[in-house]
Write a protein that binds this ligand. Structure first.
Ligand code: FES
Length: 165
């Protein structure tokens, strides 16, 4: 189910730990799997469990605990909007509602063109910059306002078009 390159990356992660503790590589292997597949399916969890000598349910517990693992296919851009209290007090919910309305999706939904998935997330550890969101688990967007969200969506669409050409 995985490419040779991905299996080689799994092996490199496993090699970082003593032989009897190779399950310590589970988070890294899940990230690598997601990079190849775009999400972590039950089949991927089972394959990783086999590599690491773990019960599939133990891998599932990790996948479902962390927001960064996609439990279903997502759009090209995953927009995680923080809706915990400090962000809520600075219009985090309003930003979430604005984004959903602008893109025509509900929480957890993906746009018909497959470009954007919008979902709520827990505190991103940047409460001082509230309200915040995270793009594709990497890029933090601070002080979300309607204007900033408009700019972000336009920029990401342009990025996607540039990549396609
Ligand atoms: S509550 Fe949103 S970053 Fe902490």
């Amino acid at each position: 189910m995985f490419s040779e390159a991905t299996l080689a990356r799994f092996a490199r992660e496993v090699a970082k730990y003593p032989a009897d503790q190779k399950q310590s590589a589970v988070m890294a292997c899940l990230s690598i799997a997601q990079q190849e597949l775009g999400w972590v399916s039950a089949e991927a969890e089972k394959a990783i469990a086999d590599v690491l000598g773990m019960a599939p349910v133990a891998v599932r517990e990790v996948t479902t605990f962390y927001n960064m693992y996609n439990q279903r296919p997502v759009g090209q851009f995953k927009l995680n909007v923080c809706t915990n209290l400090p962000c809520q007090l600075r219009n985090g919910q309003q930003a979430m509602d604005y984004l959903c309305e602008k893109l025509g999706v509900e929480d957890g939904g993906t746009t018909a063109d497959g470009l954007f998935t919008v979902q709520k997330c827990e505190c991103l550890g940047a409460c001082a910059d509230a309200p915040v969101m995270l793009v594709n688990d990497r890029q933090m967007i601070s002080y979300m306002s309607n204007d900033r969200l408009d700019d972000l969506v336009a920029t990401l669409k342009a990025q996607s078009r540039a990549k396609a050409n």
